[in-house]
Design a protein around this ligand. Structure first.
Ligand code: ASP
Length: 302
């Protein structure tokens, strides 16, 4: 593996190797024992063109847990504010010889473009509505740790699927690993084309949830919609918001997941968000660290 640009580029074996390494780091973090010098002397640039809490901080912490130094480039303080182009920014940073670049960008395929112009591994921290590979990997790690498997698991991905890179990466990964994937979305948020074949589609929670082991919720990506397309929060909650009662349509043991940021009272009820038995949301965040440690280790360690 030279870069991590999307789940689409990975084989089932590649995914298995990353998940095994991530599971190793998850245990190691709990036990407090791992090689803190794995990335000693490595310098990683985070280049985020969109806001982020989970992905940015968790890459930063993962890198530091392995002994790397992280340089956090910020567009507001950069020469792009003096009209330097994206390409010249990339070429300039490349001349400083970083060991890896982690990029989040609004443009479709921006990380792939960067990978053709720099000499180090590039990791996609999310590009447009295309892919968010480390989110899908940390979600898979969470399902394996909490439910025990991916193969033959039934996962319902619900909400604004049309604008979601998380939905794409998860659908691709889950299909590669032998899970059943359902897409549950109102007509206006149902994509015209899917990132992968073999998905079942439903337009209501009542139809789409029964029998699902995990219900993966998505935020309405208002920033990717025209003003007139944005639904009313309360009306959306009434029709598509997940409460404990709706989660029970899936089954009494089904889990809820969410990549964050959550909008409580819109796609998820306030109580369900923190339900200690049924919500995996906090564990997804925690699993982001060992997953990103695994990715960094495999790309630039030793
Ligand atoms: N944090 C995820 C992403 O970057 C999901 C979201 O923003 O709704 O795509």
């Amino acid at each position: 593996m030279q870069h991590l640009l999307g789940i689409e580029d990975l084989s089932a074996d590649d995914i298995r190797n990353i998940l095994d390494r991530a599971a190793y780091y998850a245990k190691a973090l709990e036990g407090g024992k791992w090689d803190h010098k794995t990335l000693d002397d490595k310098i990683i640039i985070t280049l985020f063109f969109e806001p982020s809490t989970r992905t940015l901080i968790s890459f930063d912490i993962a890198a530091k847990r392995l002994g790397a130094n992280v340089v956090n480039w910020q567009v507001e303080n950069s020469a792009m504010r003096k009209d330097e182009s994206f390409l010249d920014t990339i070429l300039t940073l490349n001349q400083m010889r970083p060991d890896a670049i982690i990029i989040r960008h609004v443009e479709f395929g921006a990380p792939n473009f960067v990978a053709t112009r720099v000499d180090c591994p590039v990791i996609n921290g999310g590009d447009s509505w295309r892919e968010h590979p480390t989110q899908a990997l940390l979600d898979a790690l969470t399902m394996e740790r909490e439910i025990g498997k991916l193969e033959d698991l039934t996962v319902a991905i619900c909400g604004d699927v049309a604008h979601s890179r998380v939905a794409n990466s998860n659908a691709i990964l889950l299909k590669k690993m032998g899970a059943n994937v359902r897409i549950v979305a109102p007509e206006f948020l149902m994509p015209e084309k899917f990132a992968v074949e073999g998905l079942e589609t439903f337009t209501s929670l009542e139809e789409g949830l029964p029998g699902a082991d995990a219900v993966m919720l998505l935020r309405i990506q208002k920033e990717r919609m025209e003003a007139g397309q944005i639904p009313d929060d309360a009306a959306y909650h009434n029709e598509f918001g997940l409460t404990l009662e709706q989660l029970n349509l899936a089954g009494p043991k089904a889990f809820v997941m969410h990549p964050g940021p959550m909008n409580r009272g819109v796609e998820i009820s306030d109580e369900l968000a923190e339900d200690p038995e049924r919500s995996l949301i906090a564990r997804q965040v925690a699993n982001g660290i060992p997953t990103r440690m695994a990715v960094l280790d495999m790309l630039i360690g030793g």
